[in-house]
Design a protein around this ligand. Structure first.
Ligand code: ATP
Length: 360
């Protein structure tokens, strides 16, 4: 992977009539990177991909492929390729004809086409006998692999994926996520992937860009976004999370989190930016039940109101006196914390992340 951006987006904006679907979009994608764009429904993911592949025209801004102004290249001449959720395979043609199609339109001779198509099918663990099979006779997972083989036959500079796995069942999706990641490493191509599923993004991506209402809220590695989200929106998007209001008491100036006692050292270590909405984020795995006189930097009490086995872990829901729910996850198999139990619980300051946002 080099540092030269293969794709650069500057000041991109898209309006549909008076509705602004995308605004202030700036992004640099490195050669060979796997970048995932995640966002809730309506945040503008598909619009962004449509601008990149040339299915829509931007209102403002520019898109560059290295030093080529990509947004001025007609869609059918762009060295990019899109893999859709709907796959768009030719249903009445054979698997081989589907994979060969991009080579055929490029004028590659028949024997060479077939050899390359077989090579691509083998890459996706589809045996030679599939070459003459009809698309209609293939399973959903097989079709997915065929669509990917066909996309690679275009030999694009960048592959765009629009939720290609969302229609598949859980196990197949998990297998294909890993295959896609392996494929990305093998081909060295640049992948830009859009999804609703953060889990999918975390497994596969080098970086994740979180889109919210047409704007990038945060762009970073999965680790950075998971552990150091810039906003409560990002924190909440990345799985279960506990968010606590944190402030200073108007009279005493001491640090307050409703219903928590706070150790002097933790209070001293936390610097709250003034004129901001400050929130303390703690992941469920960082909160623990406290036994006897065991202590922690932040301590509260509550009642266990939910107890769930999550395979190798246990999740507890604990309700504080004001009705606020705290989610706790432990690796042990939950001897402690039966529903109805009154518990003390807490976490250490080092395990918490302070989110400071502009007051809207
Ligand atoms: P989903 O995950 O549901 O597919 P998305 O993040 O891909 O959502 P987009 O399809 O990009 O969202 O849509 C972003 C916003 O732009 C939505 O509010 C949508 O209604 C609006 N929009 C999209 N296409 C058009 C259009 N052709 N005309 C008007 N508004 C549109």
């Amino acid at each position: 992977m080099t540092d030269l951006p293969i794709l650069q987006i500057a000041g991109l904006r898209k309006e549909y009539g008076s509705f602004v679907a995308l605004k202030d979009i700036d992004l640099k994608v490195r050669e060979g990177e796997f970048l995932t764009i995640v966002g809730p429904s309506g945040s503008g993911k598909t619009t962004l991909i449509k601008l990149l592949v040339g299915m829509e025209e931007q209102t403002e801004g520019s898109i560059w492929l290295r030093n080529i102004r990509l947004d001025r290249v007609p869609a059918n001449q762009r060295p990019t390729c899109m893999v859709f959720q709907s796959l768009a395979l030719f249903p009445h043609r054979s698997v081989g004809q589907n994979v060969e199609f991009p080579l055929k339109i490029k004028g590659v001779p028949a024997a060479k086409r077939k050899a390359r198509a077989l090579e691509l099918l083998a890459m996706f663990r589809l045996p030679e006998s599939y070459f003459d099979k009809r698309i209609g006779q293939c399973s959903g997972g097989e079709r997915q692999r065929i669509a990917l083989a066909r996309a690679l036959a275009f030999d694009p500079e960048i592959l765009f994926f629009d939720e290609p796995l969302s229609a598949l069942d859980y196990r197949l999706r998990k297998t294909l996520e890993k295959e896609l990641k392996a494929l990305h490493l093998r081909t060295g191509k640049t992948f830009i992937y859009i999804t609703h599923s953060l889990e999918e993004a975390m497994v596969m991506s080098d970086r994740i860009a979180i889109l919210r209402a047409g704007r990038f809220e945060q762009i970073g590695t999965a680790e950075a976004i998971y552990n150091h989200p810039k906003s409560c929106f990002v924190a909440g998007f990345m799985g279960d999370v506990n968010l606590f209001d944190i402030g200073r008491d108007a009279d005493s100036g001491s640090l307050t989190v409703p219903h928590f006692s706070i150790s002097a050292s933790a209070a001293k270590a936390l610097v709250l930016p003034p004129d901001k909405k400050n929130t303390l984020m703690v992941r469920p795995e960082a909160v623990r039940l406290l036994a006897g006189d065991e202590t922690a930097d932040f301590v509260t009490r509550g009642e266990v109101t939910g107890h769930y086995l999550l395979g190798s872990r246990t999740q507890l829901e604990i309700t504080q006196p004001d009705g606020k729910l705290i989610v706790v996850e432990t690796a042990n198999h939950g001897q402690d914390g039966h529903v109805g139990a009154a518990v003390r619980l807490g976490f250490d300051g080092a395990m918490a992340h302070l989110i400071s946002e502009a007051i809207r």
